[in-house]
Design a binder for this molecule. Structure first.
Ligand code: HEM
Length: 399
């Protein structure tokens, strides 16, 4: 530990290259994987960039995700933290035993049978979107034509949310995930979404169907308010994240033609490729965030009770001590163990669904359009450094 590594830093958000985390994070990780971080509200907490420390903290019950204990490293979103996300049903921001209750109820609905049953639908949805792209002709924006609608439609069918209403929730969740939204915009978007889902929950209670929200409504003791909160969390988490993996992942493959050919020509390779793209691209732009419930010593650093910790899984997934040649995209490498879905009790509930969507969608796209290429210079692709989930705003392609 040197004087340089005890001086608090602020969190960098801009990236020098589209597929790599900010350079400073890698430099800091190599110097000291846990270092002091200055939070915009004056709090002094920690930034974790090393793989081992990140994984240890995510698995440690002495760290909380409760919203009222967290400080945010982002100035614009300070208020949202205190107010908007403090809703019944947002179990990502609860600790055990409250979290355990929700997680158990959800596990009863995210069954292997239900996930397996979705596979043929995901294939069909993917085919339909490729057909529509073909009919409309090149060039097109791959985000609008493919990357966003597929996960959006899948999560709608899983939850029983009418896809015809997508403009509303896609717009609301874009506001919620933008780092530039004002507190008023965030409050308005959240209320709009909750009102909409409140209605939906009432309809499902009255006329249950085969979907997940109906299952939760009829088989659990969740109140309407809790159920609307759970559905909001699933709807936001379920389409933006996978959508950005599809958009950014395709961009990365187009910039790495040998890797692209491996995914296109060998269906067996898709599983490995998906894990490596998840590791290499780490669309979780910021976080996860935690707060220490008691004094904890990790790697010789004392994190005191009440201090906030910002974990950069993007930096951790590029830790050379865990992944050799971490800055290379190598779809043949064993990349499992990455932290893109988090780790510990909050590890992503939708990860198998997300994997299935990617395993089906990438090869299907690349085989349908073997000549797929960017329709603009790579430097002109607008990157989502302004969003909590990283990716591309648009991906103009031709074939
Ligand atoms: C590539 C796609 C995805 C990525 C990268 C991703 C990433 C993550 C991460 C990092 C966490 C943990 C956050 C933390 O510990 O603070 C998480 C939790 C969660 N994810 Fe995902 N996710 C993805 C797709 C999905 C999908 C498709 C769904 C829904 C069907 C979903 C639902 C959830 C839920 C409900 C949680 C909260 C779990 C809990 O607190 O117990 N995610 N996700």
């Amino acid at each position: 530990m040197t004087e340089a590594t005890t001086r608090p830093v602020t969190l960098p958000l801009t990236r020098e290259r589209p597929f790599d985390p900010p350079d400073a994070l890698g430099l800091w990780r190599d110097e000291d994987p846990i270092r002091p971080l200055a939070y915009p509200d004056g709090h002094q907490g920690w930034l974790v960039t090393g793989y081992a420390a990140a994984r240890a903290i995510l698995a440690d019950p002495r760290f909380s995700t409760r919203i009222e204990l967290l400080h945010t490293p982002l100035p614009q979103r300070a208020m949202q933290f205190r107010n908007t996300l403090r809703r019944p049903g947002f179990f990502l921001r609860l600790d055990p035993p409250d979290h355990t209750r929700y997680r158990r109820l959800l596990a009863g609905q995210f069954t292997v049978r239900r996930m397996k049953g979705l596979e043929p639908r995901i294939e069909e949805i993917t085919r339909d979107h490729l057909d529509a792209m073909e009919r409309a002709g090149a060039p097109t924006d791959l985000v609008r034509a493919f990357a966003l609608p597929i996960p959006s439609l899948v999560i709608c069918e899983l939850l029983g949310v009418p896809y015809a209403d997508r403009e509303k929730f896609q717009r609301d969740s874009a506001v919620l995930l933008s780092l530039n939204s004002s507190v008023e915009q965030i409050e308005a978007a959240m209320n709009d979404l909750l009102d909409y889902l409140d209605d939906l929950v009432r309809r499902k209670r009255a006329e249950p169907d085969d979907d997940l929200v109906s299952g939760l409504a009829t088989e659990t003791d969740l109140t309407d308010e809790e159920l609307a909160g759970v559905t909001t969390l699933l709807l936001i988490a379920g389409h933006e994240t996978t959508a950005n993996m599809l958009g950014l992942g395709t961009f990365a493959l187009l910039r790495n033609p040998e890797q692209l050919a491996a995914v296109r020509d060998n269906p067996e390779a898709a599983d490995h490729a998906v894990e490596e793209l998840l590791r290499y691209l780490t669309v979780i732009h910021i976080g996860p965030l935690r707060a220490a419930l008691e004094d904890v010593e990790i790697d010789g650093r004392l994190i005191r009770a009440g201090e906030s910790v910002t974990i950069s899984v993007a930096a951790a997934n590029r830790d050379p001590e865990r992944f050799p040649e971490p800055d290379q995209l190598d779809v043949a490498r064993p990349a499992s163990g990455h932290l893109t879905f988090g780790h510990g009790i909050h590890q992503c509930l939708g990860q198998q669904l997300a994997r299935t969507e990617m395993r089906i969608a990438y090869p299907a796209l690349l085989r349908r359009f073997p000549g797929l290429r960017l329709a603009v210079p790579a430097e002109e692709v607008p990157m989502r450094t302004d969003m909590a989930i990283y990716g591309v705003h648009r991906l103009p392609v031709t074939w």
